[in-house]
Write a new protein. Structure first.
Lengths: 445, 481
């Protein structure tokens, strides 16, 4: 199957205008010595064959497990209207809105998306998206280094280990001095963290809820940062923002997060959505596209990409970031999701996650040998200590039809018997009950 | 059109969630609870659907209009690929599942997609190993430069500089700077439109860590001296980086791996037909030769002797994590479906028709516009509005006039080395009728520039808004409703 329309007859006419006898002549600029040594790609297939091939592959995946697996990426309900809107090809077959007159749809949607992110986080300005929650955090600390001229970055141990691995890879050649505190289950260890903050600190990074699910108020950390001339950075779960104290309220300077919970399917790891919001005074150092509202020659309101002097296509090696293509369609998804749910809807989703997670805690507490880590308070995810290896337990739970959670031993040595359990609004009381029974069966056997 | 927040009516609901079925009603401790107002919009489902449908109508996409945006390869995005990415077996799959014990067996279909697509990309580009992790083209560049750094460090080479031609995309110098290297610009030979070899020889030295080339370059010119260039680079242990932005031009006809490139990134959203999404998500897989394979990001997917697939993290020299998981998986899935649909012959037809379509427009317009390289091009070419500027008509005026003719304009003012540049890339999926009407429109505009240039200054007139005041936007910074 190819998607080429022109017929041989048309190609002949076109070649004539170009003054060449065959298409191969155009490729004569490629030296004969550089003809492909091989090009062993299977023969093309019909649409029907391609479709059945992928259906077969898709069915080899265990996507029907009842999921208590989170780790920062959650199985939330996605209303049908999200897909219906995002599948409009006027949105998905467009490119970056360089020509604003014929991109007002994308541009206005991005402006509205920026507004949604600001309202969720209580921040002043947001960009039009970054790749994911981890790369967003990388862009954030780079921004803090550029703004402060300092090179020490203090990272709370409660920040997702996936994000931490990412930011450390990126910083390998950048002489950034990372300091990390140790957090096991609980809230940020103030004493250890404060000891690391001084007048050489560019930024402090925290996460709320943290990787273990613990929620916290980091206002005192922000204060300590500002007293030392450092910037305060926080990574947040956007759904939790509906009911938790917001990063803006705590005084954070730069807020990032993973937008996947906002109507974006899990899709085996992507595409996801990195969001970023900052104080207005920092906007000129912010990475990524930013949409602004302005007027046209007849004073009619419209939207454009703005502050482009920060960007790579203008500033080249002096740009604030190298980002070009970002995750616009995922940002549109998040925006449509938030528009459909609205204030009460999003609050209800958050409340349902909280209540169901609390119910799951109660059920799991009743199982002999299982210790639920119940303090500090959590949102939609919590850890439990099992009387066995958590990896082994998860393996056995799969046979019973459950993705039971994430074994913390994978990232934290010494925590091999801890399991991180996530509960979203999609889980029913019945499923939670079945889960508890299956878990009891596994651990008490 | 009012923003969505203006349409909000307190008390209106779009989505109704199930009543809670658990006997728990918890309250977040006041210390940790949101105390500020949450002010999202309150709308019915139809309100929301109509708002976004209205917005979508204010957009041009490949499905609605010819979109010859140079260097962006705005080809048709096959619908079957969209369908495949939506299959439950892929879209509902949690990325941590294969990291659980024996979890690899739960995701064999998905791991197969990653592994087999990597193999196909190796064969298409002539490289030995690929990673799908980079999430966009520029992200691939950054990953590639991190690989350069890892290699040079491993060889204990002290190198500080990366060479980039002056016609290169802005992401090249920006990625290099982001990764901690300094940029040295190599001029283009204005006669040939190809990199200036003697200038290259004079700037390359022991300090050069890598040379980044896009081939064909952004002028649509194939750099034929590539073997000579690569021999020069090897003499200094300078790595050769191939920016795959223009790979569409040479599919099946030139493989960077055969020309001694060490690192390549490809843009799945350009060459392999995945949609651009209004500015992403894209995908920028990176391929390397064997001597760099050990530095690739983790995790990597391997195929075992029993034909099962598994994740492997055991690469001590790896640069580490560049993405949280296995790349923009759904985008990779679409590209895999695209490659399997076309097959070897189909891919060769892509490059043939992309190059023919571009040459057809070039040869049809060279009488009416200044063409710095009029003899021929690969998949794209650059026109200059320099003749039209004598009448006060600039590239931007031509672009806006094209909008009124029903076309998305070409890329303008890039590459930077051509004054008043209009960079045109038709792609292979456009038919002759469309190309002909585009050519006619361009000629009409050139005539208008002679006879009534002021009409072009007023364009566009057919769009929901006219030319927007960008200075006011940057000054007022109205970025949030």
């Amino acid at each position: 199957m190819t998607y080429i329309a022109n017929t041989d007859e048309q190609r002949k006419e076109m070649l004539k205008r170009c003054g060449v006898s065959s298409v191969e002549k155009f490729f004569a600029v490629i030296p004969a010595s550089l003809q492909p040594k091989s090009f062993s790609i299977p023969q093309g297939r019909s649409e029907l064959e391609v479709h059945s091939f992928f259906k077969k592959l898709a069915n080899q995946n265990y996507y029907n497990l009842i999921s208590f697996l989170g780790g920062g990426y959650y199985d939330h309900f996605i209303p049908s209207a999200v897909d219906a809107i995002v599948e409009r090809s006027e949105f998905y077959t467009a490119y970056t809105p360089y020509q604003p007159e014929l991109s007002q749809g994308t541009l206005q949607a991005m402006y509205e998306y920026q507004t949604h992110i600001c309202r969720l986080t209580d921040m002043e300005v947001a960009n039009a998206s970054l790749y994911d929650g981890g790369t967003a955090l990388y862009e954030a600390f780079q921004m803090a280094i550029a703004l402060t001229g300092r090179r020490k970055v203090v990272v709370d141990g409660g920040v997702s280990p996936i994000y931490r691995k990412m930011i450390y890879s990126y910083a390998t050649n950048l002489s950034v001095d990372f300091r990390e505190t140790v957090v096991i289950h609980g809230q940020t260890d103030r004493e250890r963290l404060f000891n690391l903050i001084d007048d050489s600190t560019a930024a402090v990074i925290t996460q709320n809820p943290n990787f273990f699910g613990a929620i916290d108020d980091h206002s005192d950390i922000v204060q300590r940062c500002h007293d030392n001339g450092a910037l305060a950075l926080q990574s947040v779960n956007p759904i939790a923002c509906a009911i938790l104290k917001t990063p803006g309220d705590m005084g954070f300077d730069i807020v990032t997060g993973e937008g996947q919970p906002l109507g974006i399917p899990l899709s085996f790891g992507g595409p996801y959505l990195g969001f970023m919001a900052v104080r207005k005074k920092l906007v000129r150092k912010m990475p990524g596209r930013i949409v602004g509202r302005t007027v046209d020659t007849k004073n009619k309101e419209g939207f454009v990409l703005t502050l482009q002097a920060r960007e790579q296509h203008i500033r080249r090696e002096k740009a604030t970031s190298n980002i070009c293509t970002n995750q616009a369609l995922c940002a549109l998804r998040a925006h449509v999701y938030l528009s459909l749910l609205g204030t009460d809807g999003l609050r209800e989703v958050a409340q349902l996650c909280l209540d169901k997670a609390e119910y799951a805690k109660e059920r799991l507490k009743a199982i002999p040998g299982i210790e639920v880590i119940d303090s500090p308070p959590t949102f939609n995810e919590f850890s439990v200590r099992l009387p066995m290896d958590a990896g082994e337990c998860v393996g056995q739970m799969i046979e019973k039809g459950f993705a039971a959670g994430f074994p913390l031993g994978r990232y934290y040595s010494g925590m091999e018997d801890f399991l991180l359990v996530a509960v979203t609004e999609k889980r029913t009381k019945y499923e939670i009950g079945q889960f508890a029974e299956a878990l009891e069966d596994v651990v008490c056997r | 059109m009012p923003v969505i927040f203006e349409k909000s009516v307190p008390g209106r609901r779009g989505v109704r969630l199930p009543e809670s079925d658990v006997p728990v009603s918890s309250r977040i401790d006041a210390r940790y609870a949101r105390s500020t107002e949450l002010d999202l919009c309150e709308l019915s489902e139809l309100d929301v659907v109509r708002h976004f449908t209205d917005l979508s109508r204010k957009n041009y996409g490949v499905d609605t209009n010819f979109y010859p945006l140079g260097s962006c390869t705005m080809k048709y995005n096959p619908k079957v690929c969209e369908d495949i990415a939506r299959l439950d077996g892929f879209s509902l799959l949690h990325p941590l599942l294969p990291q659980l014990r024996r979890g690899g067996l739960l995701t064999q279909g998905a791991l197969a997609v990653v592994y087999e697509l990597e193999q196909l990309l190796c064969e298409i580009t002539g490289m030995d190993a690929f990673t799908l992790q980079p999430l966009a083209g520029a992200h691939g560049e950054l990953t590639g430069i991190m690989l350069v750094a890892a290699y040079q460090k491993h060889k204990k080479n002290k190198k500080s500089e990366i060479l980039i031609p002056d016609e290169a995309h802005g992401t090249n110098p920006s990625s290099v700077a982001t990764a901690g290297y300094s940029v040295r610009v190599v001029p283009t030979n204005r006669e040939t439109g190809s990199i200036d070899l003697s200038a290259l020889e004079s700037v390359m030295g022991e300090q050069t860590a890598a040379l980044m080339l896009t081939n064909p370059n952004t002028l649509g010119i194939f750099i034929s001296d590539i073997e000579k260039i690569s021999a020069l680079a090897k003499a200094y242990d300078c790595l050769m980086y191939y920016d795959g932005a223009n790979l569409n031009a040479v599919l099946g006809r030139f493989r960077p791996g055969d020309a001694l490139f060490d690192i390549v990134h490809v843009n799945l959203h350009k060459t392999f037909g995945t949609p651009h999404g209004g500015g992403g998500p894209g995908s920028g897989p990176v391929g390397v030769k064997q001597h760099l394979a050990k530095f690739l990001p983790i995790s990597r997917v391997i195929k075992r002797d029993d034909n099962t697939y598994a994740l492997n993290y055991n690469y001590p020299d790896s640069i580490g994590y560049v993405a949280p998981f296995y790349g923009n998986f759904a985008v990779c899935l679409k590209a895999y479906a695209y490659i399997l649909s076309l097959g070897a012959e189909g891919l060769r037809r892509v490059s043939a028709n992309a190059v023919l379509n571009a040459n057809y427009i070039l040869h049809s317009l060279k009488k009416d516009y200044h063409t710095p390289y009029p003899d021929g091009c690969m998949h794209e070419f650059v026109l200059s509005a320099r003749n039209q500027t004598k009448k006060g008509v600039r590239a931007v005026d031509i672009a806006k006039a094209l909008i009124d003719e029903g076309f998305h304009p070409p890329t303008i003012y890039f590459p930077l080395i051509v004054k008043e540049a209009l960079m045109i890339e038709p792609t292979e999926t456009e038919n002759k009728e469309t190309l002909d009407s585009f050519i006619e429109a361009m000629i009409r505009i050139a005539k208008k520039a002679e006879t009534c240039p002021e009409e072009l200054h007023a364009a566009p007139l057919s769009t929901p808004v006219g030319r927007l005041n960008e200075t006011k936007a940057a000054k007022d910074m109205d970025l949030c409703y």
